[in-house]
Design a protein around this ligand. Structure first.
Ligand code: C5P
Length: 227
């Protein structure tokens, strides 16, 4: 079977990354978490005084973009690649509720998107890649052989993200997580540049009532059809 490109898009916490990691492992493909890249830029913006509770200095962030170097490094113990910002492992730092609170604002900036999309397309040029995000099937890889659009109810999604944060020992209320999920979905679907929409030819999967195994088997059957 030939190597293909798999684009997985959807709302936050729909289990995109779980599915993408399972697929990449099974197929021997590269997995790229594009959200981690937007989170890393957000973390940079927070660290460098470009964004805070009541301000957003967009121009300074734009001017700083040439100094933001992102790369992934495979961690064999974890079985997936971790995000590095200017040589520093930021995998834990980018998963906080604070970063989640700012990331959709940062992801609205066209200059940020252009930089990340270029790097993502470069990573996918040899195919054999599974990438998840919001604009993968629409903008990054419009010619992907397989496009999946994942949905689930906001409560299901907030519950998942809440459980994840709890497991990492982060003190946060379920209400705060639900609010963040709903706010991000709103910004992500309403922004001008590359809004989250279902790509042409994408297959929608509502996984509110599916187990991980059921979802994996369903998508693997789709992969077999096109590869
Ligand atoms: O996937 P994750 O929830 O970690 O993504 C964090 C945020 O990054 C999203 O809410 C969205 O604002 C932004 N994002 C994006 N385009 C992508 C991936 C993520 O705008 N391809």
């Amino acid at each position: 079977s030939k190597k293909i490109t798999i684009a997985i898009d959807g709302f936050s916490s729909t289990g995109k990354s779980t599915l993408a990691k399972q697929l990449a492992k099974h197929l021997g493909y590269v997995y790229v978490d594009s959200g981690a890249m937007y989170r890393a830029v957000t973390y940079f913006a927070m660290q460098n005084g470009c964004v805070g509770p009541d301000f957003f200095d967009k121009q300074t962030l734009i001017n700083s973009l040439p100094f933001i170097k992102l790369h992934f490094e495979f961690n064999p113990d974890l079985g997936f690649a971790e995000m590095y910002l200017n040589g520093e492992n930021v995998e834990a730092a980018i998963r906080t509720i604070e970063v989640s609170g700012y990331v959709s604002k940062i992801a609205e900036v066209s200059e940020v998107r252009a930089k990340l999309v270029e790097q993502q397309q470069e990573m996918g040029k040899d195919k054999g890649i599974v990438m998840d995000g919001r604009d993968i099937g629409t903008v990054v890889f419009p010619d992907a052989e397989l496009k999946v659009f994942m949905t689930a109810s906001p409560e299901t999604r907030a519950r998942r993200r809440y459980d994840e944060l709890q497991a990492k020992g982060q003190e946060v209320s379920f209400e705060a997580v639900l609010k963040n999920v709903v706010e991000r979905d709103h910004i992500d679907t309403h922004r001008e540049d590359s809004p989250l929409v279902m790509a042409d030819g994408a297959i929608e999967i509502d996984n509110s009532a599916l187990t991980r195994e059921e979802q994996f088997d369903a998508v693997l059957a789709l992969v077999d059809q096109v590869s």
